[in-house]
Design a binder for this molecule. Structure first.
Ligand code: ATP
Ligand code: MG
Length: 401
């Protein structure tokens, strides 16, 4: 015998009432997309569950991909068998032996959504459990703390037998929460912010501010590669590269040192808002964490945020750096983020930045700048790149050096 299916359980979809269908369909599309490199694999839905038909593929390769799909609560490799008690017994025996080869304990958990099946769940627990005990000499039952839980679902079309439950990525299916624009720097934080936004089901595009010749091609390449890692958790990502040199130079010349960072952030936000509007995104996302640096105090955010009415999501706002680093390592962005290329925020970095900048002062200093001109010029100069998961990052990096 061999596992022939994967049974998928949804996360949080019970919350969604009548939208449930939409969410399930979207999740089905996303699962299909995640598995599109596996030929002949089929993804089907049926009454609150999704099933991947393996058609000969190894379940380990497929489960590795499913782990990154948002909207999945958990999943299990499953043996699909006819509604025939003997076949169900044998499948359970095979699965538990496959899971435990030396001495161990198990517990039966039968669910019977198909009420036409002639035996009740309790009876089935006993019958299947007895069959396993009779045909093995290394297994015993432990209902409190078993090594393996043998799950059987008796459904309308068939029975599914499972011995392993793998935790899914949780969250909501990508593409069910509206579109956001992620402000993506080359740092550790913003890719994690993007990942967490994707977790809550958004469609995501990204904007990156770049200031040639002060920031170079490699810095841009790094951001493309970070965006490519994020495609693993959603789909392809449009990356908008903003030419920011002209605005930054003007700010540097016109604004006192201690307000330079504040004004620069206000410009970034204005440009990001316009870019979002042009691309039908209805919210911005950034990687700010309260108090992490001078531009991320409450006072700074209050003054910077004045220039936009768009919601600015800050998924990392309550996190310590260490927590962010842990996630970055887990999702595969950390190693790229720590590569040492200049970010536009660090060039012309003034010696001291105001930690409590005032709105009145910021507005005052901006009077000397033609805001509309710089914002429009930046938006018009945007280069948009479609980032897909196709290119191998390691290979690209090797080519770079
Ligand atoms: P990271 O750069 O990953 O966010 P950080 O702690 O260096 O880490 P800051 O440089 O203070 O963060 O920037 C705060 C946020 O502003 C970033 O998380 C990002 O969302 C946005 N940001 C900063 N620089 C850029 C940039 N060059 N392009 C786009 N967004 C940027
Ligand atoms: Mg940064």
């Amino acid at each position: 015998m061999k596992y022939n299916h994967i049974l998928i359980r949804y996360a949080e979809l019970s919350l969604k009432g009548k939208n449930r269908k939409v969410f399930e369909k979207k999740l089905q599309t996303n699962v299909r997309e995640a598995l599109n490199s596996f030929e002949n694999v089929k993804v089907k839905r049926s009454f609150g569950r999704m099933f991947v038909e393996l058609n000969g593929h190894n379940e380990i390769d497929i489960t590795a991909r499913l782990k990154d799909v948002f909207g999945i609560y958990s999943f299990s490799p499953a043996l699909k068998v006819e509604l025939d008690q003997e076949k169900i017994n044998d499948a359970a025996l095979w699965a538990v032996k496959d899971a435990i080869s030396s001495k161990g304990t198990f517990k039966m958990t039968v669910k019977r959504p198909n009420k036409d099946y002639p035996y009740r769940s309790q009876e089935l627990n006993r019958t299947i459990g007895a069959h396993i005990l009779k045909n093995t000499d290394h297994l015993s039952v432990d209902v409190h703390n078993p090594n393996v839980e043998v799950k059987v679902e008796i459904r309308q079309e068939a029975a599914y037998v499972m011995c392993k439950t793998i935790k899914g990525a949780g969250g909501l299916p990508v593409g069910t929460s509206g579109k956001v624009l992620l402000m993506l720097s080359g740092g550790i934080d913003s890719p994690v912010a993007g990942y967490l936004a994707l977790k809550r089901g958004v469609d995501l595009e990204a904007v990156h501010f770049h200031s040639p010749p002060f920031t170079n091609e490699r810095a841009k390449q790094k951001v493309e590669d970070l965006a490519r890692v994020l495609t693993k958790y959603g789909s392809s990502i449009k990356l908008h590269i903003v030419p920011f040199t002209e605005a930054q130079k003007a700010i540097h010349q016109q604004v006192p040192d201690n307000y330079e960072m504040t004004i620069m952030r206000r410009f970034m936000l204005r440009i990001a808002e316009k870019t979002a509007e042009k691309n039908d995104a209805i919210s911005l996302v950034n990687g700010e964490s309260l108090g992490q640096v001078a531009s991320q105090t409450l006072e700074s955010m209050h003054t910077i945020n004045e220039v936009t009415n768009m919601p600015v999501l800050r998924p990392l706002i309550t996190m310590d750096k260490e927590e962010v680093v842990d996630i970055a390592k887990r999702i595969g962005t950390y190693e790229l983020s720590i590569l040492p290329f200049e970010d536009c925020c660090t060039i012309f970095l003034p010696p001291q930045t105001k930690t409590k900048p005032k709105r009145e002062k910021a507005n005052d200093y901006e009077k000397n700048l033609d805001i509309g001109y710089f914002v429009d010029r930046a938006v018009e100069g945007i280069e948009t790149i479609e980032i897909t998961s196709d290119t191998d990052i390691d290979q690209e990096f090797e080519e770079l050096f």
